[in-house]
Design a protein around this ligand. Sequence first.
Ligand code: F6R
Length: 606
Amino acid sequence: MCGIVGYVGRRDCSDVLVESLRKLEYRGYDSAGIAVIENGEIVTKKSKGRLDNLQAKLDEEGKPNGHVGIGHTRWATHGEPSDINSHPHSGKRVTIVHNGIIENYKELKEFLMKEGYSFLSETDTEVAAKLFDFYYNGDPIGSIARALKDLRGSYAFGIMFREFPDRIYAVRKESPLVVGVGEGENFIASDVTPMIQYTRNYYLLETNEIAEIKEDSVKIFDVHKNPIEKELQFADWDVNAAEKGGYEHFMLKEVHEQPEVVKATLSPRIKDGMPDFAGDGVDVEKLSSYRKIFIVACGTAMHAGMVGKYVIEKMARVPVIVDIASEFRYRDPLITDEDLLIVVSQSGETADTLAALRLAREAGADTIGIVNVVGSSIAREVDSVIYTHAGPEISVASTKAYMVQVAVIYLFALEVAYRAGKISEEECKKYTADLLGMSDVIEETFALKDECAYTASRLLNAESLLYIGRGLDYALSMEGSLKLKEISYIHSESYAAGELKHGTISLISDGMPVIAVATQSNLAEKTISNIKEVKARGAMVILIAGADIEVPEDAYDELIRLPKTEELFYPMAAAVPMQLIAYYTSVLKGNDVDKPRNLAKSVTVE
Ligand code: F6R
């Protein structure tokens, strides 16, 4: 996830671009850069780190003077944050900014190298820039359309051609992009936030529609160069709400980004319908040979690991030990060079997780990181890193980062199971397709919003509550419980449903809320008997159930039915109502949802 902007008009372009990028900094802050046409030449300025670094560079070296330009704020996906990897990227006659992921950039790079191109950066975007240059034949739209045929993945591009200094071009697929229409000036941006102060009129581009933007005109074409008539949209958002995409809080926005980021994370790792981690540097041949797999992480990331334990053990029949990083690092764990350690971390900087990784490396274990922040400490120290593509997560309570961690772990489980001969190619392909389809299922769960808000209203006065489930549902309950307690400040615990009667059930008193999850058909009946046990003692039960699970009416006070999906992947669907229940409870209590008390987003101390 990155932010892109572009401007053609009479104002000072450098100033407009930097100001616009400031409004998009929430989309990424690994680096920033602009390219402006000055006296017929494209002048590029870029800098690693936050936008202030770019501003300082412009103050020191002088800003490019011109009226046509593009800009970028980066959330790194390929290549660590650095000046060289920052956008814009150029070919000889073309300069571009890009938000998205070019999945086949390695093949394209090899092809372009054979054609005599050399590369400065490690990015997929430079490959796209050089591809546009390769096909450039004096006709911007024709050459963009030709290059798009070769590109696989997601993109929103802002493109400038040296020979056409009066204009910019824009095109998108899967990544967002709007074209703002002003008076004597026009804009592009990843969302309407940056342009709202200049104009509220904009066009939405559909896949592979190519916009040609000049000072006094915006024309849109299809890939065959036929002009397209589009309806002008009007943005009525207030400026403050805009960077949250119109949502009241970042958490809610991030919940709604989950379908998109699941797709962005999984698609580059699926080839010919099968999981493929070769591009992440994972030694896939070795995957079925480990004696044990350790998954070590903290908090929500550790809960993603719990889902991993159930899935990897069930599918690949390899023992998986999940550990809290702060425990693992001090308990002299039995890890050897025959084992694999997977560390899971959104930030890639969590001190305990990093220490656990170092300890496992000393013991000779192979290590894989599932990490969201490119170039972070954990990403640099693991043998191979599988980057999740959640984009920046601003809300302290993790939602989309958890979802993509779980998605990657599922795909990884399928890869190990297939390599170990535990599932056939046909089965693997079916599961892989179903997993990718979870993006749509997650979208469907948003329809449960009102039920979740209602549930939240019933939790408000609770002093304490329980989350219960069995198997995968128990793994998910842990995350549901953490989400609720960290932002609503209501005490809650998660319990394996079958464990209640060994002590915890004595806590149940009249009206105490119990959130139960039943999505796995082989366990549902047992969970439902546990639910009846708590109900008989006065609990108020909210049951989150799979589409086909039979539930008697006396087993719940409120039933939240999930959309139908492959049973194995239900934790991904059930996570959404859990997140929404926590969210609405926090809102109703008047808490600071995005910044809960006593917590920080990145825990770099032990
Ligand atoms: C809770 C949450 C935390 C993090 C934990 C690990 O919503 O976000 O529990 O999961 O602090 O952080 P990372 O993933 O950055 O290592």
